[in-house]
Write a protein that binds this ligand. Structure first.
Ligand SMILES: NC(=O)c1ccc[n+]([C@@H]2O[C@H](COP(=O)([O-])OP(=O)(O)OC[C@H]3O[C@@H](n4cnc5c(N)ncnc54)[C@H](OP(=O)(O)O)[C@@H]3O)[C@@H](O)[C@H]2O)c1
Length: 330
């Protein structure tokens, strides 16, 4: 097993690898995945030093959690921190974010993952009002008191939601979209999280694969892949698909981004390296779909830091091509 740099995930006090493994792909919304293929991807990540898995109770309606639960039973040697999510098994209304529902969702996730105490549960992009509700945090504190969860966190859509959550003393970490095509969290969210001792998990780090530079205007995604059916936010927040960027704008900007990759690194690895060197970031969770992708993503942790000139070039590309589409919205 390769050793990877570890960082403390905010107020959980637990160390996790700087490159984790997103597992939305293993549940659904990206097309069918065989169980043995999913296990091969997880094995590749773990053997490459990954110690953080991100999942949710709704990925494949629980399949992603169940796969992880079964996988971890067979890998007692792997000391994996599992960050799951809850909150999207009911209508997205603030009144559904109550203790009774939390208990039901928590029972299901604990059964899926085969554990009494979840390492971390993140509120899964709830309605904005939920982040300001004292009752919600009281209910989450109850789950901690009852040792159903070791810690709680939030996964947010907007920087404003992140800042509201960071101000709460029990919030251990914030999961947010951060990548070379999503720079707004650098302005206020990362400094506020660092000051408060709150961890940052960077999701959608490859802008749904765009930043690999491998797609063209002729690329066709599967009918059951959200990159086909959610480009305009038809099924869930548009920001989750290609980071909310128009596809044509995205492939053109991705071609320019690819030019910034240093020798020996792919554009995807360059994007991951860029993320993990932003002050305040704890871990990045690319959604590898194959063994090769899992290994390549983990290897980004060992790349040398990108030089100032590359950071400046990323900023210039963002300001020129991307900012107008995303900065004011999320
Ligand atoms: N609301 C939330 O809380 C929320 C929302 C979204 C995601 N997430 C979490 O964040 C994780 C990551 O986000 P994401 O999966 O949406 O987006 P992502 O990591 O930006 O993109 C994943 C896609 O990038 C491509 N890819 C991955 N590794 C690659 C590599 N080494 N080289 C080339 N291409 C590569 C694959 O595309 P191909 O399939 O085309 O090869 C893969 O399907 C998810 O798995 C999930 O755990 C959470």
């Amino acid at each position: 097993m390769i050793l990877m740099e570890q960082r403390t995930l905010g107020r959980t006090g637990r160390d996790v690898s700087v490159v984790g493994q997103g597992t939305w792909q293993l549940g659904g919304d990206w097309g069918e995945v065989e169980e043995s293929d999913a296990f091969d991807v997880l094995d590749a990540a773990v053997d490459s030093g990954v110690t953080l898995f991100d999942t949710a109770d709704v990925y494949g309606d629980g399949r992603s959690e169940q796969l992880i639960g079964r996988y971890l039973k067979n890998r007692p040697d792997a000391d994996i921190f599992v960050a799951t999510k809850m909150g999207r098994r009911a209508d997205q209304l603030p009144e559904n974010y109550v203790l009774d529902n939390f208990l039901t969702w928590n029972d299901r996730s604990r059964a899926n993952l085969g554990t009494d105490t979840l390492d971390l549960v993140q509120l899964h992009c709830p309605p904005t009002a939920v982040y300001s509700s004292d009752a919600v945090y009281d209910a989450l504190d109850t789950l901690v008191d009852e040792q159903r969860i070791a810690a709680y966190a939030v996964s947010v859509e907007t920087c404003a939601e992140a800042l509201t959550a960071i101000a709460r003393p029990g919030v251990a970490s914030v999961q947010i979209i951060l990548n070379p095509f999503r720079l707004k969290p650098l302005d206020e969210v990362l400094p506020a999280a660092a000051a408060a001792g709150v961890g940052i998990i960077a999701r959608v780090p490859l802008a749904s694969g765009l930043l690999s530079g491998k797609y063209t205007k002729d690329t066709v995604f599967g009918p059951d892949d959200h990159r086909t059916y959610n480009r305009h936010g038809e099924a869930f927040d548009q920001g989750e698909t290609f980071s909310g960027i128009d596809y044509t704008t995205g492939i053109e900007a991705a071609a320019e981004f690819a030019e910034l990759a240093p020798e020996g690194a792919t554009p995807a690895q360059t994007a991951l390296r860029w993320i993990i060197q932003q002050p305040g970031v704890t871990s990045v969770i690319p959604g590898a779909r194959s063994v090769e992708q899992a290994r390549a993503n983990a290897a980004a942790a060992a790349l040398p830091p990108l030089p100032r000139s590359t950071l400046d070039a990323v900023r210039e590309l963002y300001d020129r091509s991307i900012r107008a589409e995303v900065h004011g919205r999320w």
